[in-house]
Design a protein around this ligand. Structure first.
Ligand code: SF4
Ligand code: SF4
Length: 205
């Protein structure tokens, strides 16, 4: 039976309490051990990055701030609201409007509250248009709550700028896509993701 006696905030008699050896009670050998450990690191290669003067290149798997993908000067987003629905901290809000385009709708207003965003990537996962992706950008700041709400001026990027992430998603998301059955690419052309191909098909017919 563990006898617990609380005295001056110390729990005595708890079996979880570590028993110090004789040398441990002296402290001095432990201090020397610590200093020796630090000394050895002087001769090892430096891995510390002097941020913010130095920055590291991050791979496409890194989940930085979410951004919107633009295709031919227009965002792919159709303002379906799925990302806003899936976002755990309710960081996304948008207002849809209609357009004269096969996509029919676009987000007139699209905002992400970066004080709320937890970089979970759920928005990217649920988006049916591959219109919102996690960018490599981790270096941004704001001085007020209002500034932390990023609108389309800060969110929209051309797909070429986001190519590493889009390519990585295409490879990792569904590696069996089109491989396990007789795949006809033209049957799987997406109205938004493959606009240029869609135009070509229309011209041919
Ligand atoms: S990354 Fe997560 S928290 Fe951030 S906007 Fe997307 S769903 Fe919301
Ligand atoms: S980013 Fe994707 S999921 Fe979110 S509203 Fe636009 S199309 Fe829908």
């Amino acid at each position: 039976m563990i006898i617990m006696a609380k005295k001056k905030g110390i729990i005595k008699g708890d079996k979880r309490e570590r028993e110090l050896s004789w040398s441990g009670k002296l402290y001095f050998p432990e201090i020397l051990k610590g200093m020796w450990f630090s000394f050895k690191h002087i001769f090892r290669p430096t891995v510390t990055v002097q941020y913010p003067e130095e920055k590291i290149e991050l791979g496409p798997e890194f989940r930085g701030r979410p951004v919107l993908v633009a295709e031919e000067g227009m965002e792919r987003c159709v303002a379906c609201g799925l990302c806003a629905r899936a976002c755990p901290p309710l960081a996304i809000s948008m207002q849809a409007a209609e357009v004269d385009d096969p996509k029919e709708r676009y987000p007139e207003r699209f905002e992400i509250d970066m004080l709320r965003c937890i970089y979970c990537g759920f928005c990217e996962e649920v988006c049916p248009e591959e219109a919102i992706v996690m960018s490599p950008d981790y270096d941004f700041n704001f001085r007020s709550r209002e500034e932390a709400v990023f609108g389309k001026d800060k969110l929209v990027f051309d797909k070429e700028q986001l190519k590493p992430r889009l390519d990585w998603l295409a490879k990792k998301r569904n590696p069996n896509f089109g491989k396990v059955y007789k795949f006809d690419h033209t049957n799987n052309i997406h109205t938004l993701r493959n606009r240029s191909e869609l135009k070509q098909l229309k011209d041919q017919n």
